[in-house]
Ligand binder design. Sequence first.
Ligand code: BTN
Length: 326
Amino acid sequence: MKDSGVDGRILELFRTGDGVVSGAALSRLLGLSRTAVWKHVKGLRANGYQIEAVPAKGYRLLSAPKILTELDISAGLATSRIGSSVICLKETESTNAVAFRMAEEGAPEGTVVIADAQTAGKGRLGRVWLSPAGVNLYCSVLLRPSISPMAACQLTFLSVVAVARAIESCTALKPQIKWPNDILIDGKKVAGLLNEMNAETEKVNFVVLGIGVNLNVRLADLGETLRHPASSLLEEGGVEVDRAAFTRRLLTELDQLYDTFLREGEGPVRAEWLERSAIRGRSVRVSQGAREFTGVVQGVDSFGALLVLLADGTLETVLSGDVALI
Ligand code: BTN
């Protein structure tokens, strides 16, 4: 039997039963061991089902995942550009891939693609972004700024700062930014950004800002494939985050920041990025494939490159790679 079939039957048993279903009943009715039943319950939880373990009694389904809808996001969204069109999908390979294809077909600036789950969520440097259903935010925003391809990396400042602001506004947590595009709480990664662009030599055709935020995923469900110590806002703050409210806040912040960017350039947004940065003035180890070096972070240049002062006094401009605090 396929896993989804077992999961479906477990949910059916929850719904037809009255309240608590015992582990013994589940294992008998499904023809599975108690351990196998537990694994399926864990899998369902990872997909957004809140299932309570009632001591000495069994399991109780508290709530099913709530899928975000266009209406959830658009209702009351007072933005000028971002969210001009909102598309919510139940599942897709990657919202960035969907937004990219839509952009090639002429979708307007401000189009937002959101998925409840991603089957092939893309992380930086070809990595995978774990995207279980019902718990987090996976979102891509299409921009069509009239800027040069060089300047497009400045847009990373926008999405990082927007996520930091949204976290501050929706939780009591203090987010920190880690170059180039990570958001940390207490040293643990809770969000990642991946921008992809289509450009000619002189001009950008469009940019897709990919935003992944671990809102309500449980640590145990994050798996062991992550490079950084990872966490979620629920794990760090102990309070479940309303996904629709968080998304609306994020899009509102992004809209304001994009407006500032178009009117005044990257300066103000970069200043806020620097203020919130967790690594300014800190000693770091930079890894760029086989090359590794250490130094002290001086800041970022106007194109988003990290400026690292080496022990011999050289100022290194880091365009890509991984940075770890020493
Ligand atoms: C990283 O830190 O490695 C970047 C992660 C970016 C993940 C987001 S989730 C929404 C969008 N769609 C993707 O496939 N990736 C980005």
